[in-house]
Design a protein around this ligand. Structure first.
Ligand SMILES: O=C[C@H](O)COP(=O)(O)O
Length: 249
C-alpha cells in the first residue's frame, strides 16, 4: 500500500500573514512521522517563506503549477527548478482550474510533469471529468484519455502522484459518493498497472473535491484512495490538521 499523502492546495489565497497557518501545521507534523505524508501547495509568493516555516518538521511544501521549459522568455511563468530552489518538493500540474483558465491541454500537462521530474520534484497530475461529461456517461473515457496523455513518457510509477478531482465537486460542497470515487480510483489503478506493470500499484491516487474534516474518514476508507488534495479546508490549520490526524491514525 502506498504511503498516504494529505496535500493542501491554497490556490490563489494567502498573504504573508497567513503563513501562521503553515507554522501551526508544521508544529503538529513530526519530522520522523511514519504515518501520512503531509504537504501544502502554496502560491509561488509564499513557497520560500513557507519552506522556512516548515523546516525541521515533516510538512512538505509544493507549488501549484510550473512551466514546461527550464528557462527563457516566458514572462510571469516559473520553472520547476525555481520552485525547487524556493523549497518545493512537489508541484500540482493539470489542475482543472489551470486547464480551464489557461487552456492547458493534456500535452502541456505531460510536458509540465516531465519538467518537474527533471527538476527532481514530484508532479501531482490532476484528472477529472466535468458534470456534462459525467451526465453524458463519459467519465471513464475522459479519465482514460487524460491518464494516457497527461503522464509523460519515461515517468516512473512511484515518482508521480495522480489526483482524481471531479470538476463538479471542486469548491461546490458537493462530494462524489464513495461508489463514484471507488469506480474511478479503481479504473485509474488498472490503467496504471496496464502502463507500468506491478509498479503501477505504488503510484498514489488522491481524491480532491470538497473534502473536509467531516467527510475525510469516509473518503480515505474507499478502495484505492491513497490520500487527498484539499482546497478550501487546507486554508485553516485546524481543518487541515483534523484531516491529517484521521489519515495518520
Ligand atoms: O486542489 C484542490 C481541489 O480543487 C479541491 O478543492 P476544494 O477542496 O476546495 O473543493
Amino acid at each position: 500500500m502506498p504511503r498516504t499523502l494529505i496535500a493542501g492546495n491554497w490556490k490563489m489565497n494567502g498573504l504573508m500573514a497567513n503563513l501562521a497557518e503553515v507554522e501551526r501545521v508544521a508544529a503538529e507534523v513530526p519530522a520522523s512521522s511514519e504515518g501520512a505524508e503531509t504537504l501544502l501547495c502554496l502560491p509561488a509568493t509564499l513557497i520560500h517563506a513557507g519552506s522556512a516555516k516548515s523546516e525541521g518538521s515533516g510538512l512538505k511544501i509544493g507549488g501549484e503549477t510550473c512551466h514546461a521549459n527550464e528557462k527563457g522568455a516566458h514572462t510571469g511563468d516559473l520553472a520547476a527548478e525555481m520552485l525547487k530552489d524556493a523549497g518545493a518538493s512537489y508541484v500540482i500540474v493539470g489542475h482543472s482550474e489551470r486547464r480551464a483558465d489557461h487552456g492547458e491541454t493534456d500535452a502541456v500537462v505531460a510536458a509540465q510533469a516531465s519538467a518537474a521530474l527533471r527538476a527532481g520534484i514530484t508532479p501531482i497530475i490532476c484528472v477529472g471529468e466535468t458534470l456534462d461529461q459525467r451526465d453524458a456517461g463519459e467519465v471513464l473515457t475522459v479519465i482514460t484519455t487524460q491518464m494516457a496523455e497527461s503522464i509523460p513518457e519515461g515517468a516512473e510509477a512511484a515518482a508521480i502522484v495522480i489526483a482524481y478531482e471531479p470538476v463538479w465537486a471542486i469548491g461546490t460542497g458537493r462530494v462524489a459518493t464513495s461508489e463514484q470515487i471507488a469506480e474511478v480510483h479503481t479504473s485509474i489503478r488498472n490503467l496504471l498497472v496496464r502502463r507500468f506493470g506491478d509498479a503501477g500499484r505504488t503510484t498514489r491516487i488522491l481524491y480532491g473535491g470538497s473534502m473536509n474534516p467531516g467527510n475525510a474518514a469516509e473518503i480515505l476508507a474507499v478502495a484505492e484512495v491513497n490520500g487527498g488534495l484539499i482546497g478550501g479546508a487546507s486554508l485553516k490549520a485546524a481543518d487541515f490538521l483534523a484531516i491529517y490526524r484521521l489519515a495518520a491514525q
